[in-house]
Design a protein around this ligand. Structure first.
Ligand SMILES: Nc1ncnc2c1ncn2[C@@H]1O[C@H](COP(=O)(O)OP(=O)(O)OP(=O)(O)O)[C@@H](O)[C@H]1O
Length: 321
Protein backbone atom coordinates (compact mmCIF):
# COMPACT_ATOMS: atom_id res chain seq x y z
CA UNK A 1 0.00 0.00 0.00
CA UNK A 2 1.58 3.23 -1.13
CA UNK A 3 0.35 6.63 -0.03
CA UNK A 4 1.11 9.58 -2.28
CA UNK A 5 1.76 12.56 -0.04
CA UNK A 6 2.28 16.19 -1.12
CA UNK A 7 5.62 17.73 -0.15
CA UNK A 8 6.70 21.34 -0.02
CA UNK A 9 9.27 23.50 1.72
CA UNK A 10 8.22 25.83 4.49
CA UNK A 11 7.53 29.51 3.83
CA UNK A 12 5.09 31.62 1.85
CA UNK A 13 6.94 31.33 -1.45
CA UNK A 14 6.97 27.56 -1.21
CA UNK A 15 3.23 27.58 -0.39
CA UNK A 16 2.56 29.74 -3.47
CA UNK A 17 4.75 27.51 -5.66
CA UNK A 18 2.90 24.42 -4.38
CA UNK A 19 -0.37 25.93 -5.56
CA UNK A 20 0.94 26.01 -9.11
CA UNK A 21 3.01 22.86 -9.19
CA UNK A 22 2.46 20.28 -6.48
CA UNK A 23 5.21 17.80 -5.74
CA UNK A 24 4.60 14.41 -4.23
CA UNK A 25 6.52 11.61 -2.62
CA UNK A 26 5.51 7.99 -2.10
CA UNK A 27 5.16 6.46 1.35
CA UNK A 28 5.26 2.67 1.20
CA UNK A 29 3.17 1.94 4.28
CA UNK A 30 2.81 -1.81 3.69
CA UNK A 31 4.77 -4.01 1.32
CA UNK A 32 5.55 -7.73 1.26
CA UNK A 33 3.01 -8.51 3.96
CA UNK A 34 1.74 -12.06 3.53
CA UNK A 35 -0.10 -14.07 6.16
CA UNK A 36 -3.03 -16.38 6.63
CA UNK A 37 -5.20 -16.71 9.69
CA UNK A 38 -7.33 -19.75 10.42
CA UNK A 39 -10.90 -19.37 11.69
CA UNK A 40 -11.07 -18.77 15.43
CA UNK A 41 -7.45 -17.74 15.93
CA UNK A 42 -6.60 -14.72 18.08
CA UNK A 43 -3.49 -13.17 16.54
CA UNK A 44 -1.42 -10.26 17.80
CA UNK A 45 -0.31 -7.89 15.05
CA UNK A 46 2.60 -5.96 16.50
CA UNK A 47 5.12 -3.39 15.43
CA UNK A 48 6.63 -0.03 16.23
CA UNK A 49 4.76 3.22 15.60
CA UNK A 50 4.33 3.68 11.86
CA UNK A 51 5.12 0.04 11.06
CA UNK A 52 1.99 -0.42 8.96
CA UNK A 53 -0.46 -2.11 11.35
CA UNK A 54 -3.41 0.25 11.01
CA UNK A 55 -2.98 0.43 7.24
CA UNK A 56 -3.13 -3.38 7.05
CA UNK A 57 -6.22 -3.45 9.28
CA UNK A 58 -7.94 -0.81 7.14
CA UNK A 59 -7.22 -2.83 4.01
CA UNK A 60 -8.61 -5.98 5.61
CA UNK A 61 -11.68 -4.11 6.81
CA UNK A 62 -12.33 -2.72 3.32
CA UNK A 63 -11.65 0.93 4.18
CA UNK A 64 -8.56 1.19 2.00
CA UNK A 65 -8.02 -0.12 -1.50
CA UNK A 66 -4.36 -1.21 -1.69
CA UNK A 67 -2.26 -0.02 -4.60
CA UNK A 68 -1.30 -3.65 -5.32
CA UNK A 69 -1.53 -7.11 -3.82
CA UNK A 70 -4.17 -9.74 -3.16
CA UNK A 71 -6.38 -10.01 -0.09
CA UNK A 72 -9.18 -12.43 0.67
CA UNK A 73 -11.12 -12.46 3.91
CA UNK A 74 -13.88 -15.07 4.19
CA UNK A 75 -13.39 -15.50 0.44
CA UNK A 76 -14.26 -11.85 -0.17
CA UNK A 77 -12.30 -8.92 -1.54
CA UNK A 78 -12.66 -6.49 1.39
CA UNK A 79 -12.57 -3.20 -0.55
CA UNK A 80 -15.54 -4.21 -2.69
CA UNK A 81 -17.45 -3.59 0.55
CA UNK A 82 -20.30 -5.98 -0.14
CA UNK A 83 -22.98 -5.73 2.52
CA UNK A 84 -22.70 -9.38 3.45
CA UNK A 85 -18.96 -8.91 4.01
CA UNK A 86 -19.38 -5.81 6.16
CA UNK A 87 -21.86 -7.71 8.33
CA UNK A 88 -19.29 -10.40 9.01
CA UNK A 89 -16.52 -8.11 10.25
CA UNK A 90 -15.97 -5.35 12.79
CA UNK A 91 -13.13 -2.85 12.87
CA UNK A 92 -12.82 -1.34 16.32
CA UNK A 93 -10.28 1.44 16.69
CA UNK A 94 -9.40 2.40 20.26
CA UNK A 95 -11.93 1.66 22.96
CA UNK A 96 -14.82 3.19 20.94
CA UNK A 97 -17.21 4.21 23.73
CA UNK A 98 -20.92 4.53 22.92
CA UNK A 99 -21.99 8.16 22.57
CA UNK A 100 -23.11 9.28 19.12
CA UNK A 101 -26.62 10.04 20.39
CA UNK A 102 -26.33 10.84 24.11
CA UNK A 103 -30.06 11.49 24.54
CA UNK A 104 -30.93 7.87 23.61
CA UNK A 105 -30.97 5.02 26.08
CA UNK A 106 -28.41 2.30 25.59
CA UNK A 107 -31.15 -0.06 24.45
CA UNK A 108 -32.36 2.53 21.88
CA UNK A 109 -28.84 2.63 20.45
CA UNK A 110 -28.81 -1.14 20.18
CA UNK A 111 -32.22 -1.07 18.48
CA UNK A 112 -30.84 1.46 15.98
CA UNK A 113 -27.94 -0.86 15.28
CA UNK A 114 -30.43 -3.69 14.84
CA UNK A 115 -32.15 -1.74 12.05
CA UNK A 116 -28.87 -0.70 10.45
CA UNK A 117 -27.57 -4.26 10.30
CA UNK A 118 -30.97 -5.80 9.65
CA UNK A 119 -30.73 -8.23 12.55
CA UNK A 120 -33.73 -10.55 13.05
CA UNK A 121 -35.47 -10.02 16.41
CA UNK A 122 -34.68 -13.48 17.83
CA UNK A 123 -31.02 -13.15 16.78
CA UNK A 124 -30.87 -9.64 18.22
CA UNK A 125 -32.23 -10.79 21.59
CA UNK A 126 -29.84 -13.71 21.68
CA UNK A 127 -26.81 -11.56 20.81
CA UNK A 128 -27.74 -8.82 23.25
CA UNK A 129 -28.26 -11.31 26.09
CA UNK A 130 -24.88 -12.87 25.35
CA UNK A 131 -23.11 -9.50 25.26
CA UNK A 132 -24.95 -8.25 28.35
CA UNK A 133 -23.77 -11.27 30.28
CA UNK A 134 -20.19 -10.86 29.12
CA UNK A 135 -20.06 -7.10 29.71
CA UNK A 136 -22.49 -6.76 32.61
CA UNK A 137 -24.88 -4.46 30.75
CA UNK A 138 -28.26 -5.35 32.29
CA UNK A 139 -28.28 -2.45 34.72
CA UNK A 140 -27.43 0.18 32.08
CA UNK A 141 -29.60 -0.81 29.10
CA UNK A 142 -32.46 1.51 30.13
CA UNK A 143 -30.21 4.44 31.02
CA UNK A 144 -29.51 7.44 28.80
CA UNK A 145 -26.09 7.32 27.19
CA UNK A 146 -25.25 10.78 28.54
CA UNK A 147 -25.68 9.51 32.10
CA UNK A 148 -23.14 6.71 31.79
CA UNK A 149 -19.70 6.69 33.33
CA UNK A 150 -16.74 6.40 30.99
CA UNK A 151 -16.29 2.71 31.84
CA UNK A 152 -19.99 2.01 31.19
CA UNK A 153 -19.83 3.85 27.86
CA UNK A 154 -16.82 1.80 26.90
CA UNK A 155 -18.57 -1.51 27.75
CA UNK A 156 -21.74 -0.46 25.93
CA UNK A 157 -19.72 0.73 22.90
CA UNK A 158 -17.95 -2.60 22.63
CA UNK A 159 -21.24 -4.48 22.73
CA UNK A 160 -22.82 -2.09 20.23
CA UNK A 161 -19.99 -2.72 17.77
CA UNK A 162 -20.57 -6.47 18.02
CA UNK A 163 -24.32 -6.85 18.37
CA UNK A 164 -24.59 -8.14 14.79
CA UNK A 165 -22.14 -10.89 15.83
CA UNK A 166 -19.31 -10.42 13.35
CA UNK A 167 -17.15 -13.44 12.62
CA UNK A 168 -13.97 -11.41 12.36
CA UNK A 169 -12.79 -8.70 14.71
CA UNK A 170 -10.09 -6.25 13.70
CA UNK A 171 -9.15 -4.60 16.97
CA UNK A 172 -6.79 -1.65 16.69
CA UNK A 173 -5.45 -0.78 20.14
CA UNK A 174 -8.65 -1.75 21.99
CA UNK A 175 -7.27 -0.87 25.43
CA UNK A 176 -5.48 2.37 24.59
CA UNK A 177 -6.14 5.07 27.18
CA UNK A 178 -8.07 2.78 29.52
CA UNK A 179 -7.20 2.41 33.20
CA UNK A 180 -5.95 -0.95 34.46
CA UNK A 181 -9.33 -2.38 35.44
CA UNK A 182 -11.14 -1.16 32.29
CA UNK A 183 -8.35 -2.65 30.15
CA UNK A 184 -8.76 -5.93 32.01
CA UNK A 185 -12.52 -5.92 31.31
CA UNK A 186 -11.81 -5.51 27.59
CA UNK A 187 -9.15 -8.25 27.59
CA UNK A 188 -11.36 -10.71 29.42
CA UNK A 189 -14.23 -9.86 27.09
CA UNK A 190 -12.17 -10.45 23.93
CA UNK A 191 -10.99 -13.83 25.23
CA UNK A 192 -14.50 -14.92 26.25
CA UNK A 193 -16.19 -13.55 23.13
CA UNK A 194 -13.83 -15.36 20.78
CA UNK A 195 -14.04 -18.60 22.79
CA UNK A 196 -17.83 -18.43 22.92
CA UNK A 197 -18.55 -17.37 19.34
CA UNK A 198 -15.52 -18.80 17.54
CA UNK A 199 -14.70 -15.33 16.20
CA UNK A 200 -11.33 -14.73 14.58
CA UNK A 201 -9.44 -11.80 16.07
CA UNK A 202 -6.58 -9.73 14.68
CA UNK A 203 -5.38 -7.38 17.37
CA UNK A 204 -2.86 -4.58 17.41
CA UNK A 205 -1.70 -3.34 20.77
CA UNK A 206 1.29 -1.73 22.39
CA UNK A 207 0.11 -3.23 25.70
CA UNK A 208 2.07 -6.36 26.44
CA UNK A 209 -0.61 -7.37 28.97
CA UNK A 210 -3.09 -7.60 26.05
CA UNK A 211 -0.71 -9.61 23.93
CA UNK A 212 0.44 -11.90 26.73
CA UNK A 213 -3.08 -12.78 27.82
CA UNK A 214 -4.75 -13.06 24.41
CA UNK A 215 -2.40 -13.99 21.58
CA UNK A 216 -0.61 -17.31 21.28
CA UNK A 217 0.45 -16.34 17.74
CA UNK A 218 2.20 -13.09 16.93
CA UNK A 219 2.90 -11.37 13.65
CA UNK A 220 5.57 -8.71 13.93
CA UNK A 221 5.54 -6.12 11.20
CA UNK A 222 8.41 -3.72 10.65
CA UNK A 223 8.69 -1.02 8.07
CA UNK A 224 5.68 -2.37 6.23
CA UNK A 225 7.03 -5.94 6.00
CA UNK A 226 6.69 -9.03 8.16
CA UNK A 227 9.65 -9.59 10.48
CA UNK A 228 8.23 -12.55 12.42
CA UNK A 229 5.17 -14.79 12.28
CA UNK A 230 4.84 -17.62 14.79
CA UNK A 231 4.15 -18.69 18.37
CA UNK A 232 4.75 -16.10 21.11
CA UNK A 233 7.37 -18.25 22.83
CA UNK A 234 9.33 -18.63 19.60
CA UNK A 235 9.52 -14.84 19.37
CA UNK A 236 11.01 -14.94 22.86
CA UNK A 237 13.68 -17.44 21.94
CA UNK A 238 14.64 -15.55 18.77
CA UNK A 239 14.76 -12.01 20.09
CA UNK A 240 15.54 -12.62 23.77
CA UNK A 241 17.77 -15.70 23.79
CA UNK A 242 18.43 -15.47 27.54
CA UNK A 243 16.73 -16.50 30.78
CA UNK A 244 16.96 -15.13 34.29
CA UNK A 245 17.99 -17.25 37.28
CA UNK A 246 16.94 -15.86 40.64
CA UNK A 247 18.82 -17.58 43.50
CA UNK A 248 18.89 -17.20 47.26
CA UNK A 249 21.87 -18.98 48.81
CA UNK A 250 22.18 -19.91 52.48
CA UNK A 251 25.81 -18.81 52.71
CA UNK A 252 26.42 -15.02 52.59
CA UNK A 253 29.97 -15.62 51.31
CA UNK A 254 28.96 -17.77 48.35
CA UNK A 255 30.32 -16.38 45.09
CA UNK A 256 28.19 -17.03 42.01
CA UNK A 257 30.48 -15.19 39.60
CA UNK A 258 30.97 -17.50 36.63
CA UNK A 259 27.34 -18.63 36.70
CA UNK A 260 26.12 -16.06 34.19
CA UNK A 261 25.94 -12.26 34.02
CA UNK A 262 25.22 -10.83 37.45
CA UNK A 263 22.35 -8.38 36.98
CA UNK A 264 21.72 -7.78 40.65
CA UNK A 265 23.04 -8.86 44.03
CA UNK A 266 21.36 -8.09 47.32
CA UNK A 267 23.10 -9.90 50.20
CA UNK A 268 22.63 -13.59 49.51
CA UNK A 269 20.06 -12.99 46.74
CA UNK A 270 21.38 -13.07 43.17
CA UNK A 271 19.84 -12.35 39.80
CA UNK A 272 21.76 -13.90 36.90
CA UNK A 273 21.25 -13.73 33.15
CA UNK A 274 22.23 -16.84 31.23
CA UNK A 275 21.94 -18.13 27.67
CA UNK A 276 18.61 -19.89 27.18
CA UNK A 277 20.30 -23.17 26.15
CA UNK A 278 22.75 -23.07 29.05
CA UNK A 279 20.07 -22.50 31.73
CA UNK A 280 19.58 -26.20 32.71
CA UNK A 281 23.34 -26.86 33.07
CA UNK A 282 23.97 -23.67 35.05
CA UNK A 283 21.00 -24.35 37.32
CA UNK A 284 22.38 -27.84 38.01
CA UNK A 285 25.83 -26.38 38.71
CA UNK A 286 24.44 -23.86 41.21
CA UNK A 287 22.41 -26.53 42.99
CA UNK A 288 25.41 -28.87 43.27
CA UNK A 289 27.93 -26.24 44.41
CA UNK A 290 25.94 -24.04 46.78
CA UNK A 291 23.48 -24.46 49.62
CA UNK A 292 20.44 -23.06 47.83
CA UNK A 293 17.48 -21.74 49.84
CA UNK A 294 15.44 -20.73 46.78
CA UNK A 295 15.88 -20.81 43.00
CA UNK A 296 13.68 -19.90 40.05
CA UNK A 297 14.33 -19.76 36.31
CA UNK A 298 12.35 -16.98 34.65
CA UNK A 299 11.47 -16.00 31.10
CA UNK A 300 12.20 -12.37 30.17
CA UNK A 301 9.03 -10.28 30.15
CA UNK A 302 7.32 -9.80 26.80
CA UNK A 303 7.98 -6.08 27.20
CA UNK A 304 11.66 -6.87 27.31
CA UNK A 305 11.39 -9.26 24.35
CA UNK A 306 9.65 -6.66 22.21
CA UNK A 307 12.16 -4.02 23.21
CA UNK A 308 15.01 -6.32 22.13
CA UNK A 309 13.16 -7.19 18.91
CA UNK A 310 12.67 -3.54 17.99
CA UNK A 311 16.32 -2.74 18.78
CA UNK A 312 17.50 -5.64 16.65
CA UNK A 313 15.24 -4.64 13.75
CA UNK A 314 16.44 -1.03 13.99
CA UNK A 315 20.10 -2.18 13.90
CA UNK A 316 19.43 -4.44 10.91
CA UNK A 317 17.79 -1.53 9.11
CA UNK A 318 20.72 0.78 9.93
CA UNK A 319 23.17 -1.76 8.52
CA UNK A 320 21.22 -2.35 5.32
CA UNK A 321 20.38 1.30 4.59
N1 LIG B 1 -3.24 8.74 4.97
C1 LIG B 1 -1.93 8.63 4.94
N2 LIG B 1 -1.19 9.36 4.09
C2 LIG B 1 0.14 9.24 4.03
N3 LIG B 1 0.88 8.41 4.81
C3 LIG B 1 0.20 7.66 5.70
C4 LIG B 1 -1.22 7.73 5.83
N4 LIG B 1 -1.60 6.86 6.81
C5 LIG B 1 -0.46 6.29 7.25
N5 LIG B 1 0.61 6.76 6.60
C6 LIG B 1 2.03 6.36 6.80
O1 LIG B 1 2.11 4.96 6.59
C7 LIG B 1 2.98 4.35 7.53
C8 LIG B 1 2.23 3.28 8.31
O2 LIG B 1 1.21 3.89 9.09
P1 LIG B 1 0.22 3.04 10.02
O3 LIG B 1 -0.82 4.00 10.53
O4 LIG B 1 -0.27 1.85 9.27
O5 LIG B 1 1.20 2.60 11.19
P2 LIG B 1 0.92 1.82 12.55
O6 LIG B 1 1.78 0.61 12.54
O7 LIG B 1 -0.54 1.60 12.72
O8 LIG B 1 1.46 2.85 13.63
P3 LIG B 1 0.97 3.22 15.13
O9 LIG B 1 1.42 2.12 16.03
O10 LIG B 1 1.71 4.50 15.38
O11 LIG B 1 -0.51 3.40 15.07
C9 LIG B 1 3.50 5.48 8.40
O12 LIG B 1 4.74 5.89 7.86
C10 LIG B 1 2.48 6.56 8.23
O13 LIG B 1 3.05 7.85 8.41
Amino acid sequence: MTYRVPVRDTGLMAAARALVRRQYRDVHAVQNVTFQIATGQVVGFLGRNGAGKTTTMKILAGILHPTSGRVRVLGQVPWRRHNHYLREIALIRGSQPIGDAPELTVLDSFRYQQVLYDIAESQFKHNLAELSALLDLDSILQRQVRALSLGERMRAGLALALVYRPKILFLDEPTIGLDISAAKVVRTFIAEYSAQTGATVLLTSHSMADVESLCARLILVDDGAIAFDGPRDELRSIFAPTKLIRVTVADDDADLAGCGDILQRDGNQWLLRVDRDAAPAITARILSRFAVADLSVEEPSLENVMDQAYQRLRRTKDVTS
